[in-house]
Design a binder for this molecule. Structure first.
Ligand SMILES: Nc1ncnc2c1ncn2[C@@H]1O[C@H](COP(=O)(O)OP(=O)(O)O)[C@@H](O)[C@H]1O
Ligand SMILES: [Mg+2]
Length: 241
């Protein structure tokens, strides 16, 4: 039986989807059976970051609505045969499932995969509560900005209230130039606000951004410092879930 890791943030645009794609690729490279689930209902993104947009025919809503079985909606990555994507619908009105339906979908995924990484939506709303149903652990992404940090802390409290006990966070888009200048909150300040363990710090790097937009998670370009960093984060997250 696999585990579900929920990727969340408070604020949008902090890098949840890029993080999900790269983490999935790291596990996939290790031969772990991994499913990436886009739960940004109505706002599908993850397929593009994985370069799989032309392969998506059915989505999570089709499975939940009984249109197709899960096996028909899962898209296998072209590069790694144990990495799969379950896309979300671009039509929000198609997604009328309730929490128990999502929990059932997650159970099916856990039966087939070692790890299921759910790319969650920004904000605290109905979509968030649906996506965070029956997950085993959560990783909250923040950037080193006060607005993002406050929202990450808010999300952490929301997930705690939902009963998700295993929660950790990652700081993404760290810019060396501002480290220690006091212009932006540093690791110490962020750690003082966040009440859960830090599992990694990822630099802001155009290479991450450019690779994602070409549909190639940067960790697939082997041997760079970003890949080594993701490897460490992936190890720590396996200990958490
Ligand atoms: N570490 C990083 N360095 C540079 N750009 C990044 C990094 N992480 C994410 N991005 C970029 O930030 C933007 C938002 O990322 P995305 O993963 O879509 O955010 P979210 O899913 O949280 O809304 C994208 O343009 C992405 O390429
Ligand atoms: Mg996203």
């Amino acid at each position: 039986m696999g585990k579900i890791l929920f990727v969340s943030s408070g604020k949008g645009g902090v890098g949840k989807s890029v993080f999900t794609a790269n983490l999935g690729a790291v596990y996939g490279e290790r031969g772990i059976r991994v499913a990436l689930v886009d739960m940004n209902i109505g706002l599908r993104n993850l397929d593009i970051y994985l370069g799989l947009q032309d392969n998506v025919v059915f989505d999570a809503a089709d499975v939940l609505n009984g249109v197709v079985p899960l096996s028909k909606a899962l898209v296998r990555d072209r590069r790694m045969q144990n990495l799969y994507l379950l896309a979300t619908t671009q039509r929000k009105e198609k997604f009328n499932a309730v929490e128990s339906h999502v929990a059932d979908l997650y159970r099916q995924l856990k039966d087939q995969f070692d790890i299921v990484i759910v790319d969650g939506p920004a904000g605290v709303n109905r979509e968030l509560h649906l996506a965070a149903t029956a997950v085993d652990a959560a990783v909250i992404i923040t950037t080193p900005e006060y607005v993002s940090l406050r929202d990450a802390d808010m999300m952490d409290q929301t997930l705690r209230a939902r009963g998700i006990a295993k929660r950790v966070y990652v700081i993404n888009k760290v810019n060396r130039q501002y480290m220690g200048t006091g212009a932006l909150p540093g690791v110490e300040k962020i750690s003082a606000v966040m009440k859960v363990p830090l599992v990694g710090v990822i630099q802001s790097d155009d290479a991450i951004h450019l690779a994602a937009n070409r549909g190639i998670p940067i960790v697939m370009q082997r041997g760079n410092y970003i890949e080594r960093n993701f490897e460490k984060i992936a190890d720590r997250l396996l200990e958490v879930v």
